[in-house]
Write a protein that binds this ligand. Structure first.
Ligand SMILES: [Ca+2]
Ligand SMILES: [Ca+2]
Length: 445
């Protein structure tokens, strides 16, 4: 009976395993120089030890042109408004720090995008473009990151998902485009998925990307993807990240499913360095497509019709827990820039304890909290021990869980991110019907 029920749930999960994504592209805004000054890390830390706990209204005292452009950017971004990021940037001067490295494990990035070009991580051990693996790490010319499909530094994005996620996290401010949560940051681009490379094992590439991020001293890993089956190799890689003090921000998934019953991985490994994120809309309701779980999902963040960067210097809208995850990653980077000694566990504590309490999240997330940037940076220790924040280290691996492996009758491109064992947590709307049609091709990994 139970297995039958589980089977039904899984079938339901799969038949609804799509995510509504709308692309509406706009031409790139005029590139202008960002005037944000890079402060010395030490003075930043010193300054940031001052704790502002006043939660009054925002005052727009800065009338500079830069602020004026930023306000225009933010006016088109409901998510940024919703998470109180503008207040944190203006009042606390919380802009992040280039020393904070965020690994974005995704479809790559538009390396030339005016909003992203200044925030790309640089591998100091590698000479770009000489065709030689200078640092001997197995990836040739991995200057801004690595493409695990081609084993080289070509991390260009021919899907759009990765560029979108990178922009939510770390688009620079003030050029008239979009505003990232953390405008000063180093984005390490790790490409695990390419819609134009059929037959690639996304899970294997994911595991390699996690290891790369840890070895190259990323502080935070953003993983806006996942799959229905747990992987010991993936878990081991995230364990390696945990030991190295790397925070792992993971999408709860878009399976319309209760994650307390049906795991989605890596979000649901129940490890102390993983924070699982679901998505809310402008009206602060969890999206019907988003996974939820009173025990499994840690935090909610904006994930519906989110405006960010797209390949070709463009901008557009996407929806899903992927986007929500990127918001949380951005705020985590702001926290780390402000409190450099924070462990992943303490960052998770801050994110989950300081958010906006909302009963609409009851039964949907563990703490009924929605991400709030300003509060995460100003409210300290609310008396809950770090060990009380995350679930115990017990893995509920579903032995019979399965995932979509084949994509019969479809091109890989049309099928989006689910042709292998790890998929993106937001899909193009056009893929919706195709996914529904081919859902019965699912087999175990
Ligand atoms: Ca290399
Ligand atoms: Ca090289």
């Amino acid at each position: 009976m139970k297995s039958l029920k589980n089977k039904e749930v899984r079938n339901k999960k799969l038949s609804l395993s799509f995510l509504i994504l709308t692309l509406s592209t706009l031409f790139a805004g005029q590139l202008s120089q960002s005037n944000f000054e890079q402060k010395e890390f030490s003075s930043e830390i010193k300054k940031n030890t001052q704790r502002d706990t006043l939660l009054g209204p925002v005052k727009f005292s800065d009338s500079s042109e830069e602020t004026s452009i930023l306000k225009k950017e933010v006016s088109k971004m409901w998510g940024i408004q919703s998470v109180d990021a503008f207040k944190a940037w203006q009042r606390l001067k919380a802009k992040g720090n280039k020393k904070i490295i965020v690994a974005v494990i995704d479809t790559g990035i538009d390396l030339k995008h005016p909003d992203l070009i200044k925030n790309l991580w640089k591998n100091k051990g590698e000479i770009p473009g000489d065709g030689i693996d200078n640092d001997g790490n197995g990836c040739v010319d991995d200057y801004h990151g690595c493409n695990f499909i081609t084993k080289n530094g070509d991390v260009s994005d021919n899907h759009g998902h990765g560029s979108h996620i990178a922009g939510i996290i770390g688009a620079t401010h003030g050029n008239g485009g979009v505003a990232g949560v953390v405008p000063d940051v180093s984005l390490m681009i790790l490409k695990y998925y390419d819609p134009k490379a059929p037959g690639i094992n996304n899970l294997v590439n994911t595991v390699e990307a996690i290891k790369y991020a840890v070895k190259n001293k990323a502080n935070i890993i953003n993983y806006s993807g996942g799959g229905l089956e747990a992987s010991p190799a993936e878990r081991k890689a995230i364990e390696m990240a945990r030991k190295a003090g790397v925070l792992f921000v993971a999408a709860a998934g878009n399976e319309r499913s209760n994650s307390d019953i049906n795991g989605y991985y890596p979000a649901d490994y129940k490890m102390s360095n993983i924070i699982s994120v679901t998505a809310v809309d402008k009206n602060k309701y969890v999206l019907p497509s988003s996974n939820y779980g009173a025990a499994s999902v840690d935090l909610a963040a904006p994930g519906n019709k989110i405006r960010s960067t797209l390949p070709g210097g463009k901008y557009g809208i996407m929806t899903g827990t992927s986007q929500a995850t990127a918001f949380v990653t951005g705020v985590a980077a702001l926290i780390l820039a402000r409190f450099p000694d924070f462990t992943p566990q303490k960052i998770i504590k801050h994110l989950t304890q300081t958010g906006d309490l909302d009963q609409r999240l009851s039964g949907k997330t563990k703490y009924k909290k929605r991400l709030n940037t300003y509060r995460a940076l100003t409210i300290l220790d609310s008396g809950v021990s770090a060990s009380g924040i995350v679930a115990k280290n017990t893995v509920n691996i579903k032995k019979d869980a399965f995932t979509i492996k084949e994509n019969k009758g479809l091109t890989t491109e049309a099928f989006g991110g689910t042709d292998n064992s790890r998929g993106l947590s937001s899909f193009a709307k056009s893929m919706k019907e195709e996914l529904s049609k081919t859902i019965n091709t699912a087999t175990s990994r």
